[in-house]
Design a protein around this ligand. Structure first.
Ligand code: LLP
Length: 433
């Protein structure tokens, strides 16, 4: 009925998440409020893990892309679920470290890691630093040598696939700020340079072709391109790379009409592709890593808001203003990303109205969505925006000095605050006179 399995409607006609009444949650914790269902997060982790066991004999690692939603609690969940962790900044690494996330299961990404970040990664013993470019390779080597360490690395490769067109194209992605190009020989050159370095040990290759992708074909093609390159590396340098990280990007259901591919279907097809491509080049099948972010955190979260002013502009539109907005969910303002919304206290009623949900920021573009179907909404109602678990809290800002909402996590229906609501004191914490 809803975009996520953890949602339902109770006998009062209220929306529930993880079995809990959202109207009660809003009363207890206040709005705006992010609510996440830990059980749903764990179910997603488990499906990915099982699909690797089933189709790739368990020779792989599911790595949670923490940029989707990063806080101590979710890092701990990923750790307990035996996942790896993708971090992309010192802040994400620090969060992982603060819960004792095993360094060998961490992947450090980023196209411009700072000296401080590389040093922190070496010191913590991050198992895979994903090197993006030659400048970084040289810097990392120097830093590792000076610390008497050997950094284990992957290379980020641009496989030349743009998955964001209707019919994905297989060339043209050379124009990306991320990674080494294949076509120009840059990637092969980097492999040769790394082979001569004392501070780095090249484990394998990485690619990431985009996000919110519904088709499997671009992933299959990326896997073929990557295996072919790894076989070329073997042929040209004798180096047999053992790890292939295929990135994340699996689409989720934001709207009822979205139809994402089941995780195990994706894994089945990609595993077959990898095995076939390896057989064709007599290359040993590598250890595989996948890095889902959105599809682990997204469906598990919702955001609750209280309705303030409602402005009906005859023959134009109806603005329903909420107590949050682009500060806690900038995705419509940034990408025109669409969401499903409903009146949480009237969840069993039909959606008879069409409204624009507006945030409270001093900016016309601060909208959660336009022309959205919604129940008959009144001042004081609670609005729930669904599937906001990924790239909402993690992309939140303090624009207009609005404090960020808290995150409440539900486990087997028990609620706990995993991120506190920001206070006004937090807002001025770093100000100096
Ligand atoms: N691995 C790498 C190297 C990535 O860059 C990303 C996402 C992922 C994994 C996880 O991708 P996912 O499974 O979550 O699609 N802010 C945008 C999304 C940016 C994604 C960036 N990289 C949004 O709100 O849609």
């Amino acid at each position: 009925m809803f975009v996520s399995d953890c949602l339902g409607v109770n006998s009062l006609g209220h929306l529930t998440i993880g079995g809990r009444d959202t109207v009660e949650l809003a009363q207890t914790y206040g709005t705006p409020l992010y609510v996440m269902d830990e059980n749903e997060i764990r179910r997603a982790c488990e499906s990915y893990r099982e699909s690797i066991n089933k189709y790739y004999s368990g020779r792989g690692l599911v790595t949670y892309a923490s940029k989707a939603f990063c806080c101590k609690a979710v890092c701990k969940v990923a750790m307990e679920e035996q996942l790896g962790l993708d971090v992309v900044s010192i802040g994400e690494l620090y969060t992982a470290q603060s819960v004792g996330f095993p360094a060998e299961r961490i992947f450090f990404h980023g196209n411009n890691k700072t000296v401080q970040e590389l040093q922190a990664a070496i010191e913590y013993g991050v198992g895979q630093i994903v090197v993006d470019n030659l400048t970084e390779l040289e810097l990392l080597n120097q830093l590792a040598v000076s610390q008497g360490k050997m950094a284990k690395i992957l290379f980020r490769i641009k496989p030349g696939i743009d998955a964001h067109t209707h019919d994905f194209v297989r060339t043209g992605q050379i124009d990306s700020k991320f990674g080494f190009a294949l076509e120009t020989g840059e990637a092969m050159q980097a492999v040769k340079e790394a082979a001569g370095m004392k501070g780095v040990h090249l484990l394998g290759m990485h690619c990431h072709i985009g996000s919110q992708i519904f088709d499997i074909e671009p992933f299959e093609h990326a896997a073929e391109v990557m295996i072919s390159f790894m076989a070329d590396v073997k042929a040209e340098t004798g180096l047999e790379l053992e790890m292939l990280d295929l990135g994340g990007g699996f689409g989720i259901k934001y709207l009822p009409e979205h139809d994402p591919v089941a995780y195990d279907q994706y894994m089945q097809r990609v595993s077959e592709t990898v095995k076939k491509a390896c057989a064709a080049r007599s290359f040993k099948t590598p250890f595989i890593v996948i890095e889902p972010g959105r599809s682990i955190a997204g469906p598990a979260g919702i955001t609750l808001y209280t309705v303030g002013a409602i402005k009906e502009i005859p023959n134009v539109r109806t603005y329903v203003s909420i107590d949050g907005g682009m500060g806690d969910n900038p995705r419509y303002a940034l990408y025109k990303s669409e969401y499903e919304a409903l009146v949480a206290n009237k969840a069993s009623q039909p959606k008879t109205h069409t409204v624009t949900i507006a945030g409270k920021c001093c900016e016309s573009g601060d909208l959660i969505g336009e022309n959205m179907p919604l129940q008959d909404v009144r001042v004081g109602d609670i609005i729930a925006v669904l599937a906001t678990g990924a790239y909402n809290y993690s992309m939140a800002s303090n624009y207009n000095r609005i404090p960020k909402p808290p995150v409440v996590m539900l486990k087997d229906g028990e609620a706990r605050v995993v991120v506190k609501r920001e206070t006004l004191e937090d807002i001025v914490r770093n100000d100096m006179l």
